[in-house]
Write a protein that binds this ligand. Structure first.
Ligand code: AMP
Length: 502
């Protein structure tokens, strides 16, 4: 029974002090160094008199330093919130307005940039903190943290333009990581190749599964994600056997035929993905080259601690079939609710996916209004208070009673009287030859479906092929060729940018 994620770091750093914990292009930290640096940072935080249970922002370029800072914050009894050093100033200011941190961990150099933001609190400079094996003050603070205390606040985009800070506790991360490490059998013999930015919830799986088991975590240099051959060679060189990436990152590899050029046999053991739809056509390329790998589709929003359903790929799929999102994770319950909030159990009936479980966030930081809209009383329980999270994602059960993702509720459109999930059109388009990435949006003004596609092709030609898969009324009214599909900071297709082209 654990109350605090740092018990993992304590345990692992004692059991295997010299094992490599973190790797980035500049430095490598063993588990002992990782632990000692975190204690040193916590000690410095406590000495500033900052107190506990407060937000501390971390403003450092993606590196091992960020993770040591996160753990330092946690050891000090506070919670961290990463701020991307590439983020536009206006958005940083919006985050600072919500978070109101009184302390920022950064470097002397980056602090100069940070001073231009709306921030008047203190700074702690990473390079001026030392590693420390022990500190009684840190130990006392650490022992006072319980599993309902916050570990981090991650900001996601809000529909009103104000970013929402998702509040996640130690207990939620412990529950999730216990499931991950048991389900995928992660041990100290494994090595993770991290793609997800640390302000994106997918990184939780990498960071804490490694810390719990003593696996090594390689922070893959960002530039490699546009050079797939070098990327695969990097994985091979470092014997990275586990990756958990967004589908767009996996597609870059399958699309550019890198798997043909680098022999990856025996390198990868697990290819896990989450964050957006993985088209089977692309997954089939991976499966053809690497048939012995475990592939798993994880699904979930930040508000439920990274993921809440999973599907371990266990059978063949045609290129045009959707890959299921599978089943609820252990200790998580999924409710599919129709428009009247009735439970949907029948095959093929569309409903909104809602979640129950300890993975649920404590809501949005300083935003009760938005919290009350998304985290609501379970409509199936009128006996006591029980919250569920409404994901806004539409799903259905297939004939095997596996969950299948359809689209965001807000991607559901009415066109010529028909209710259409744009995701269904995307699944059909992505199965066409030569297409790797595509995205459908609805142009309300002109009442037409717009398809963005990364293949040089005429509208009539696409529609001729699509006709065999989807009804006439779902055919795109306009096709826009985007050879280089815009990708957002999390690595997913940037729908907001594409919307500007309508
Ligand atoms: P985020 O909070 O940034 O992780 O985004 C969560 C959203 O990404 C979900 O609500 C879904 O709309 C989408 N998503 C996450 N995982 C998947 C998946 N495996 N398949 C399809 N969509 C997904």
């Amino acid at each position: 029974m654990r109350f605090n994620v740092l018990e993992w770091l304590e345990h692992t750093s004692k059991k295997m002090p010299d094992k490599m914990a973190l790797w980035d292009e500049e430095e490598q930290l063993t588990y002992k160094e990782y632990h000692d640096k975190s204690i040193g940072i916590a000690d410095a935080i406590i000495k500033t008199g900052y107190g506990t249970k407060k937000p501390i922002a971390v403003y450092i370029e993606k590196s091992a330093k960020v993770l040591a800072s996160f753990m330092g914050v946690a050891y000090s009894g506070n919670f961290y919130s990463p701020i991307d050093t590439e983020m536009p100033e206006a958005r940083v200011n919006k985050i600072l307005e919500v978070l109101r941190p009184g302390l920022v961990i950064t470097t002397r150099k980056l602090a100069e940039e940070f001073k231009s933001f709306d921030y008047h609190g203190k700074f702690l400079f990473y390079e001026e903190t030392d590693g420390k094996e022990e500190s009684q003050e840190v130990r006392d603070t650490f022992n006072s943290v319980i599993d309902t205390d916050l570990l981090y606040v991650l900001f996601t985009s809000g529909s009103t333009g104000v970013p929402k800070g998702v509040c996640i506790t130690h207990g939620s991360v412990i529950d999730y990581i216990d499931w991950v490490t048991e389900t995928f059998g992660i041990t100290d013999k494994d090595a993770f190749g991290n793609q997800a930015p640390f302000y994106f919830d997918n990184s939780i799986l990498d960071i804490y599964s490694a810390m719990k088991t003593g696996a090594s975590l390689y922070i893959v240099p960002q530039k490699l994600f546009s050079q797939p051959v070098l990327l695969l060679e990097y994985l091979k060189e470092h014997r990275i056997n586990t990756i958990f990436w967004v589908p767009s990152a996996l597609i870059v590899v399958s699309k550019l035929k890198a798997l043909r050029n680098v022999d990856m046999t025996g390198v990868l053991k697990r290819v896990l993905f989450c964050g957006e739809v993985m088209p089977n056509k692309q997954l089939n390329i991976w499966r053809k080259f690497l048939p012995d790998v475990i592939y798993a589709n994880l699904y979930g929003p930040t508000e439920i601690t990274d993921a809440c359903t999973y599907y371990i790929v266990d059978r063949e799929f045609g290129d045009d079939e959707p890959l299921p999102m599978g089943f609820p994770m252990k200790n998580t319950d999924i409710l599919v609710l129709d428009e009247e909030d009735h439970l949907v159990l029948e095959t093929g009936v569309v409903g909104e996916l809602c979640v129950r479980g300890v993975g649920l966030a404590k809501g949005y930081y300083r935003n009760r209004e938005k919290t009350q809209v998304a985290f609501v009383q379970n409509p199936l329980n009128d006996a006591y208070e029980e919250k569920i999270y409404r994901t806004g994602d539409l799903v259905k059960y297939n004939e095997r009673h596996e969950l299948v993702y359809l689209s965001r509720k807000d991607f559901q459109i009415k066109h010529m009287g028909h209710r259409i999930e744009l995701g269904e059109i995307e699944t059909a388009v992505s199965s066409l030859p030569g297409v790797s990435l595509c995205c459908c949006l609805y142009d309300d003004k002109r009442s037409r479906i717009v398809l963005f596609i990364d293949k040089e092709i005429k509208k009539d030609e696409v529609n001729e092929q699509l006709k065999t898969m989807i009804p006439e009324y779902m055919l795109p009214g306009k096709v826009i060729i985007e050879e280089k599909m815009p990708i957002n900071a999390n690595g997913k297709i940037d729908r907001v940018r594409l919307k500007e082209y309508l």
